[in-house]
Design a protein around this ligand. Structure first.
Ligand SMILES: NC(=O)C1=CN([C@@H]2O[C@H](COP(=O)(O)OP(=O)(O)OC[C@H]3O[C@@H](n4cnc5c(N)ncnc54)[C@H](OP(=O)(O)O)[C@@H]3O)[C@@H](O)[C@H]2O)C=CC1
Ligand SMILES: CC(C)=CCC[C@@H](C)[C@H]1CC[C@H]2C3=C(CC[C@]12C)[C@@]1(C)CCC(=O)C[C@@H]1CC3
Length: 350
């Protein structure tokens, strides 16, 4: 029996989701278990373990036979990412899907004037679809000395992928990376001279645009080794991240807006609104052959006016040259942080 159990576990696909304790990440886990309760090994990679335990219990209550494990990771911390990756290598002998979903938008500032101006302009639909022109954020610096949004949304995930490379690139098998990007990703917010976005006021948009670029270059470097990367946009979803945009509005007030949001959805199908709907594209990608996906497309979760969910690819505003340059800069930064970590460990061995 033990041998059989070992064989089953070995065959089961391993799916790791960062930021899985709430919102879109948790909804994805729920949806995956609804289609295959016993055949998957889910790993919820979370920063806040109290919320992770709650998510774990909720998933096991609805799917008692599911194989769900927890892993602590703070994507804003270099040492945390490296030790989490080591733990993954110890626990699993394969990694089929890596959903890079954890993300933050700290200290958002909602520009009410720009919003009302936008309401009566030709760009109103674009404004609702992308949040363009109405949001800025104030970024912080992590204890490692990196910009917080860049580290959490992009670089922490990049390091994680680099650490897990031997597990993700296996002969005769494919693995998939899925980056949760955003319609708020804009070329104008990103600069190769300031990849961490130290100078601007749109670190979120910059980090998401960087993930679009990075996904493209990862495909050019890793497809031959069986590793594929895609980017998605979940649409506008009401989660902790969006509640934080209007902090004086408690979550229940947002739900009072739901009828207005349904109305707006008649004009823009990007208002997916619920984490279940937002996770549509993440779930859809799980069922696709990675070789069939377009590396230049962002895959969007959309919900029609009548509430039907679907996925649509849209070409991204990216080019290979910029994405290669970003990749070089990230590799350079990786070398620097690894050297710093080594020096620190030499100074004070564990
Ligand atoms: N909601 C929306 O409209 C949109 C969201 N997105 C993206 O979707 C993704 C999921 O966000 P969403 O579900 O909306 O919001 P939530 O705030 O519900 O989820 C964010 C998740 O990321 C985790 N997280 C944040 N910082 C870290 C960190 N340093 N280390 C590890 N985990 C971390 C949070 O965990 P913790 O409990 O520890 O805070 C949480 O689980 C994000 O990348 C977001 O940018 C993209 C487009 C639109
Ligand atoms: C009636 C009312 C309260 C309107 C306010 C709506 C705005 C707060 C939203 C309209 C479009 C939304 C949006 C986002 C945040 C909230 C809005 C600006 C995001 C920027 C959130 C994070 C993303 O990654 C993309 C979203 C695009 C749309």
């Amino acid at each position: 029996f033990l041998y059989w159990q070992f064989e089953v576990n070995r065959m089961n696909k391993v799916i790791l989701v960062t930021g899985a304790n709430s919102g879109i990440g948790l909804a994805l886990c729920e949806r995956l278990l609804s289609v295959d309760t016993e055949g998957l090994q889910l790993c919820l990679a979370c920063r806040n373990m109290r919320r992770a335990e709650a998510a774990h219990s909720a998933l096991l209550t609805s799917h008692p036979k599911a194989q769900v494990a927890l892993l602590q990771v703070d994507t804003s911390s270099i040492s945390s990412v490296i030790s989490a990756a080591q733990e993954v290598k110890k626990r699993y002998d394969r990694l089929d899907y890596l959903y890079l979903n954890a993300g933050i938008m700290p200290n958002p500032r909602f520009d009410v004037n720009a919003f009302f101006k936008g309401l009566f302009s030709r760009n109103v639909i674009t404004m609702f679809a992308t949040g363009e022109g109405i949001l800025t954020q104030q970024d912080g610096v992590t204890p490692d000395g990196l910009q917080e949004v860049f580290m959490t949304n992009l670089f922490g995930h990049f390091l994680f992928v680099r650490e897990l490379e031997p597990m993700l690139c296996r002969a005769g098998r494919t693995s998939q990376l899925v980056w949760t990007s955003s319609s708020n990703a804009h070329r104008s917010a990103f600069s190769l001279e300031d990849i961490q976005h130290k100078k601007g006021t749109q670190p979120y948009s910059s980090s998401k645009y960087a993930s679009d670029l990075l996904s493209l270059t990862l495909n050019t470097h890793y497809n031959k080794q069986g590793l594929y990367s895609s980017v998605i946009c979940p649409g506008f979803v009401m989660t902790n991240l969006t509640y934080n945009i209007l902090p004086s509005f408690p979550a229940f007030l947002w739900t009072l807006f739901t009828p207005i949001f349904w109305l707006i959805r008649m004009f823009t199908n990007t208002f997916t609104l619920t984490p279940y709907n937002g996770a549509e594209v993440l779930f859809w990608l799980f069922k696709q052959k990675p070789e069939s996906l377009d590396p230049y497309a962002k895959y969007h979760s959309l919900t029609s006016g009548l509430g039907n969910n679907y996925t649509q690819p849209r070409k991204m505003d990216i080019d290979l040259e910029t994405s290669e340059s970003l990749y070089e800069k990230l590799l350079q930064l990786e070398r620097e942080v690894r050297k710093k970590l080594k020096d620190e460990q030499k100074e004070s061995p564990p």
